[in-house]
Design a protein around this ligand. Structure first.
Ligand code: SF4
Length: 361
């Protein structure tokens, strides 16, 4: 491929490995060879910064030292431990994969790229990372850092989030790795993207590839990598009803689909627009149609809270509703002692509300 003429693999990975010897990020999964620990760290690292992951990694390993421990744990316990990391489907897939490895694969992770790729929650990047770090398999990783490095180095002018261009970059990554040790090379190129070839304005004059890098030589660093237009963000509006009585509040567990899968929230109604504070009757009627409860509603003093997810902006409105004695609540609501949410994983918007405003007395 023409792009490789500028950056011959042998010269590239010699310089890359030399560069990497000067930096050594002290991360706990570094030089780890245990597939369970490597896989766990890679799933935690998807969409999340390494410094945030460190604490979660230690807590998960303490609670679930082996894949069997994770497999045997109730999903609600896993979700509670995941709380705050977002993208909760990762936690569901983590649990599913642990169960498959424990029950169907006799506790052994597959030792091939293809075998790993077949497991829930493991895509091409994670399969390559686990296959190379745990089993020394010769597969180059392509994550966001590697995409950036290669597209700049080669001066790629196509959007890197298009499948065909991703494939081209995977090919280039494999070629660049050449015959280098896969684990060493993969770690080095990811570090290089995270430390040297950073988004925005990297320190190109100190870069070991400055004399070869097409982006640097053509003054195109800040415009690469090219990405397609972002998906528009959709606004969604939720009214969270804080049903309470004496020392009790009620929660509902969400389904598998949609945002916050299997997390707990206050019973919530999704509405099509910002609920108008001047229309208590409308909310009261909606509530009655949904729950069968005929209750008066006080308007909240809390302001609207927002949470930005990957392609959605969630607007949350919190309405305290006092339940009169002997009210029969729907069977799928879960009663919780006020303030004791130690067993239920809550979405960030609820935690923010509780931290800021607390529960009604
Ligand atoms: S010269 Fe700059 S843009 Fe090119 S690889 Fe090095 S840090 Fe990245």
């Amino acid at each position: 491929m023409d792009a490789l003429e500028n950056v011959l693999p042998q010269r590239f990975n010699n310089r890359l490995i030399t560069w990497s010897k000067q930096v050594d990020r002290p991360l706990p999964w570094r030089r780890e060879r245990d597939p369970y620990r490597i896989w766990l760290s890679e799933i935690l690292l998807q969409q999340t910064r390494a410094d945030t992951v460190v604490g979660y990694y230690h807590r998960f390993l303490k609670a679930f030292p082996t894949v069997q421990d994770l497999s045997d744990a109730p999903i609600d316990v896993v979700l509670k431990m995941w709380e705050g990391l977002g993208y909760y489907n990762r936690a569901l897939n983590l649990h599913k994969t642990a169960q498959i490895v424990h029950t169907e694969l006799k506790g052994q992770f597959p030792d091939t790229y293809e075998g790993l790729l077949a497991l829930p929650g493991i895509g091409p990047y994670t399969a390559a990372a686990v296959a190379s770090f745990a089993f020394g398999r010769h597969h180059a990783v392509v994550d966001g850092n590697v995409l950036r490095v290669i597209s700049r180095l080669m001066g790629l002018q196509d959007p890197v989030d298009q499948p065909a261009i991703r494939q081209q970059i995977q090919y280039l990554a494999n070629e660049l790795m050449g015959t280098a040790n896969a684990a060493t090379y993969n770690q080095a190129i990811m570090d290089f993207g995270a430390i040297q070839c950073i988004p925005g304005n990297p320190d190109c004059p100190t870069c070991p590839f400055a004399s070869d890098c097409v982006a640097f030589l053509t003054d195109a660093v800040s415009s690469l990598p090219i990405k397609r237009k972002k998906q528009p963000v959709a606004d969604r509006y939720f009214v969270f009803y804080i049903f309470h009585k004496e020392e009790t509040v009620w929660l509902m567990q969400r389904g598998h689909q949609d945002i916050w899968p299997q997390l707990f929230t206050f019973p919530a109604l999704e509405v099509t627009a910002i609920p108008e504070k001047k229309r208590p009757l409308q909310l009261r009627n909606q509530l009655q149609a949904w729950t069968g409860l005929d209750l008066s509603i006080r308007f909240p003093h809390a302001p609207e809270l927002k949470q930005l997810l990957s392609h959605q902006r969630i607007h949350g409105y919190f309405l305290p509703v006092h339940l009169p004695a002997k009210t029969k609540v729907p069977a799928d609501w879960v009663s919780v002692r006020k303030g004791d949410f130690s067993a239920q994983a809550l979405p960030r918007i609820l935690k923010t509300y509780l931290e800021s405003y607390g529960l009604p007395i």
